[in-house]
Write a protein that binds this ligand. Sequence first.
Ligand SMILES: [Zn+2]
Length: 139
Amino acid sequence: MTDTKQTAPQSKVEKSEKEWRAELTPMQYAVLREKATERPFTGEYDHSFDPGTYVCAGCGQPLFSSDDKFDSGCGWPAFSAPASQSAVAEERDGSHGMIRTEVLCSKCQGHLGHVFDDGPGPDGLRYCINSAALKLDPK
Ligand SMILES: [Zn+2]
């Protein structure tokens, strides 16, 4: 990505937990709203390399491009970069006795996964994202 300018986040999507529960599948709700992690190697997109844009399953914001997807072998979809820096928000997560960086959708604050610094790309980042948080918009 060459576009590094910070764009103001678009209007946020805010819904009640009841509304989210009605719109999302139980798995999507567990991941996006309750920060669950799907079991490894079970996600729909773990081994999908179809071209397209991965959008947020909660609000439809474009999050990741299939161009940045790689097979990390970790059991979840992995990306070397988000579609744009403004698409994701990052937060320090000290749960489960580890210090990790949580990745959230910047628009609806849905939990997506975590980012690690052992990726193969030039930035060395590995965005490890739950399939349930994503929807592939095929090219
Ligand atoms: Zn979202």
